[in-house]
Design a protein around this ligand. Structure first.
Ligand SMILES: C[C@H](O)[C@H](O)[C@H]1CNC2=NC(N)=NC(=O)C2=N1
Length: 78
């Protein structure tokens, strides 16, 4: 589940290993670029922490963040 904290949507994903985690990040990167909406993220080995908000709207959560979160969830299991 995404949690809302500090005006951000936050979620941590865990994969089998680094290759799986990075493969997921690659898919998210392509979608983020297509949407022109980009995550803050951090990766160590099999873990990817993601935070979403919209700086263009004054660092708040917008529909763009909710849409990207939905897509990220789908990519995590595809
Ligand atoms: C100039 C460019 O379109 C903007 O900076 C876009 C790019 N990606 C973005 N990503 C996110 N997460 N928030 C934004 O406000 C945002 N703005």
């Amino acid at each position: 589940m995404w949690k809302e904290e500090d005006n951000k949507l936050k979620k941590t994903f865990q994969f089998k290993n680094f290759v799986e985690a990075f493969g997921f990040m690659t898919k998210v990167a392509i979608e983020a670029e297509r949407m022109n909406h980009h995550p803050w993220w951090a990766n160590v080995y099999n873990r990817v922490e993601i935070e979403l908000n919209t700086h263009d709207a004054g660092n708040i959560i917008t529909d763009k963040d909710r849409k990207l979160a939905e897509i990220i969830d789908k990519l995590a299991t595809s």
